[in-house]
Design a protein. Structure first.
Length: 378
């Protein structure tokens, strides 16, 4: 049950700062997702409402510090906070133990302790590694998520975090909930079109495929999203997070197996990213991964071909690929699928669809069935 005091704080804060919100229900660890525009300029006051105290360490990229640093620092300083920055280069290749070790050193130098707070200001890589950092430094330090890409706003971590290992993507992970999440629509204005397209992949994944919503409207709404229409963006980001919220509130750590549903479309995606040494964006790979999972669902007799075709058309309308690059071999992908988190007793499993909004975890899928599916992606 959500603490009544938290509900009162969130309601009062949202009215005072003109924000919308959702509350994630994890009992005493519940927290809000705030939605609005130009929230970065109000971040200090927002922190005060949530009793965030002490020194603040902001984890980000150099480019994002240049874009948003002045307004964040000004807002924090006006509210009486002392803040420091630690930045690292953009790229999935930096979501590893080497970067994490450097961040631990930054925490020590900045004298971060359990009365401090760590801010994750950036896209998915920053969110993942900062979440893991906060969960493990001093066995847990309060942290705040400020996702700055469409992909990371539409697929915000909600406590699940992981870093990469040479054997595969996101193999080392933890569950640790933030104090609050800030969804500032205005930061999306700074994104290049390729990053907006990247984020649309997760919107299709969550809203259309897992949520079963907007299946007919989403294709035409993609044009508005690409134009960074804030009203349309916020609607789809909220819908995407509702889908994820409903699953994670039911199965926070995955022990019930329900959380695996969020892996829909990602089995081939993660393997492809690893084969290509993370040289492509997650959304680019996810377009192919979703089409592959839909095709496998069809081939195994679960999903109608008309639904496969509709999804393929929607993915392509976003400017995302549905076919594998010419140089990719099936055995290369299967090598990394062997490390997928859904593998059980050495046998591979996929998240499949019976229909949009009706996903389930499969029984074992053979290499022959996977190869047959991949052949349709060439």
């Amino acid at each position: 049950m959500i603490n009544k005091d938290l509900i009162s704080i969130v309601e009062e804060t949202s009215k005072r700062l003109n924000l919308n919100y959702q509350i994630l229900n994890f009992g005493e660890r519940s927290y809000p997702l705030y939605y609005g525009e130009e929230i970065l300029s109000q971040i200090g006051e927002l922190f005060q409402h949530h009793d965030i105290m002490g020194r603040i360490l902001i984890v980000s990229h150099p480019q994002l510090r240049n874009l948003f640093g002045e307004r964040v620092e000004k807002s924090l300083a006006q509210a009486g906070y002392v803040s420091e920055w630690v930045v690292f280069p953009i790229g999935e290749q930096y979501k590893n133990m080497t970067t994490l070790s450097q961040l631990y050193e930054s925490c020590v130098k900045a004298r971060i302790n359990k009365s401090s707070a760590i801010i994750a200001l950036g896209g998915g890589v920053v969110q993942d590694i900062t979440n893991y950092l906060s969960a493990t430094y001093m066995r847990g330090v309060p942290f705040v998520q400020i996702p700055t890409t469409l992909l990371s706003q539409a697929d915000v971590g909600m406590g699940g975090c992981a870093i990469d290992h040479p054997a595969g993507k996101s193999l080392i992970g933890q569950f640790y909930q933030p104090r609050l999440v800030v969804m500032d629509s205005s930061v999306l204005n700074t994104l290049p079109e390729t990053e907006v397209t990247n984020g649309i992949a997760e919107i299709i994944n969550k809203v259309m495929c897992l949520g079963g919503a907007k299946t007919e409207e989403i294709e035409k709404d993609i044009h508005k999203i690409k134009l960074v229409d804030w009203q349309t963006l916020r609607e789809y980001i909220k819908l995407s997070n509702i889908v994820k919220k409903n699953i994670i509130e039911e199965d926070e750590t995955g022990l019930k197996g329900l959380r695996f549903i969020l892996d829909w479309g990602h089995t081939i995606t993660y393997a492809l990213e690893r084969v290509l040494d993370y040289s492509v964006s997650h959304g680019w790979a996810l377009g192919i991964g979703m089409h592959g999972a839909a095709m496998l669902s069809y081939q195994l007799g679960y999903l109608g071909k008309n639904k496969v075709n509709l999804l393929e058309k929607t993915i392509e309308s976003a400017g995302l690929p549905t076919k594998l690059p010419a140089n990719i071999q099936a055995d290369e992908l299967i090598k990394y699928i062997n490390f997928d988190q859904k593998v059980k007793d050495g046998k591979k499993r996929f998240i499949l669809l019976r229909d949009f909004g009706d996903a389930f975890i499969s029984e074992y899928v053979s290499d022959k069935q996977i190869i047959n599916c991949l052949n349709f992606l060439i």
